[in-house]
Design a protein around this ligand. Structure first.
Ligand code: MG
Length: 271
C-alpha cells in the first residue's frame, strides 16, 4: 500500500515536473516575453516575443543639427541645462555630463525633467547611442523621451540589436512597434520629430486619449497612434487624470547623448 502511495506521489510529481518544464518561462527575455498581459483589443502581449520586428530602412544619419523655428522654445542647445532639473536630486541641477556640445546620461544619476510643463507639442530631439557597443537588447543605448513623464517614445540603439518589437527605437513602449526601423549606427546622431496630442480629462473621466506621431531620421515610424495609457514594463498602463506635465529624458543606465531639443506648443488653427 505504502509502495503504491509512493508510486502515485512520484508519478504526480513527474507529471507536475513535466508540465512545469513545458510552461516554464524562458529566463532570456532579450527577444521578449510570452507571459505578459495584453491591452484590451490587442492581439499581441506586451513585449510579445512573437510580434514581428520591423525591417530596416536606410535613413539620413549624422545630419546637421536642425535649427529651431522662431516660435519654438529651445530646451537644450548643447550646453545650457538651465531648463532642466534632476528629480532624483531633489529637483536640483542636471547631474549628467555636459561637454562638447551634448549632455550624456550618467548611469545611476536619474533622469532629467523640464522645469516647465507641456500639453500638446511638436518636439525635436537629436541623440546618439554610445559608439562603443556594450550590452544588447534593452541594455544597449537605452534612454527614452518620456512625454508628460509617462508616455515613452523609446530611445534605443536598434542598429543590429534585436529586442522585442514594442521596445525598439521609436516604439511607443510596450504598445506599438515602429512601422520600420530607421536607426543609425552606434555613435551616429539621430533625430526624432514627435507630434504629441496630450490626453484630455473631464474630472476623473478620460475624454480623449493621447496620440503620438513620430518621424525617425525623417522616416515616419508612428502615425497618429492612440496611446493606450502610461507606458510600462510588462504591465497594462491605465490613464489617471492629469493636467500639463514636464517632459523627461530617461536614464536607463547607458550613456546616451543628447545635443538638441526644442519644442513648439501646438495651438489650434486660426478660425
Ligand atoms: Mg527607454
Amino acid at each position: 500500500m505504502r509502495t503504491t502511495v509512493l508510486t502515485v506521489a512520484t508519478l504526480a510529481l513527474g507529471i507536475s515536473g513535466a508540465a512545469q518544464q513545458a510552461t516554464q518561462p524562458n529566463d532570456d527575455h532579450r527577444l521578449g516575453y510570452d507571459d505578459t498581459p495584453s491591452y484590451p483589443g490587442s492581439k499581441w502581449k506586451i513585449h510579445d516575443s512573437k510580434r514581428p520586428r520591423p525591417s530596416m530602412v536606410s535613413a539620413a544619419c549624422n545630419a546637421p543639427t536642425v535649427k529651431a523655428p522662431s516660435d519654438a522654445e529651445v530646451l537644450f542647445n548643447g550646453s545650457d541645462t538651465s531648463k532642466w532639473t534632476t528629480p532624483q536630486n531633489n529637483n536640483g541641477p542636471v547631474t549628467w555630463k555636459v561637454e562638447n556640445g551634448y549632455m550624456e546620461v550618467i548611469p545611476g544619476k536619474g533622469g532629467v525633467r523640464t522645469k516647465q510643463s507641456f500639453g500638446d507639442i511638436q518636439l525635436h530631439v537629436e541623440w546618439a547611442s554610445p559608439s562603443v557597443v556594450q550590452g544588447d537588447s534593452q541594455n544597449r543605448g537605452n534612454s527614452g523621451i518620456m512625454l508628460m513623464g509617462q508616455y515613452e517614445v523609446q530611445v534605443l540603439d536598434s542598429w543590429d540589436n534585436p529586442t522585442y518589437a514594442d521596445g525598439q527605437a521609436t516604439a511607443i513602449y510596450g504598445q506599438y512597434p515602429p512601422y520600420v526601423n530607421a536607426s543609425c549606427k552606434p555613435g551616429e546622431w539621430q533625430a526624432y520629430d514627435i507630434i504629441f496630442e496630450s490626453p484630455k480629462f473631464d474630472g476623473d473621466k478620460l475624454v480623449k486619449p493621447a496620440f503620438i506621431t513620430v518621424f525617425h531620421n525623417g522616416v515616419m515610424t508612428q502615425n497618429h497612434e492612440q496611446v493606450l495609457g502610461p507606458t510600462l514594463h510588462r504591465q497594462v498602463g491605465v490613464y489617471k487624470p492629469h493636467s500639463d506635465l514636464p517632459l523627461e529624458l530617461q536614464n536607463h543606465n547607458t550613456p546616451v547623448r543628447y545635443r538638441s531639443l526644442w519644442v513648439r506648443r501646438l495651438q489650434g488653427r486660426l478660425e
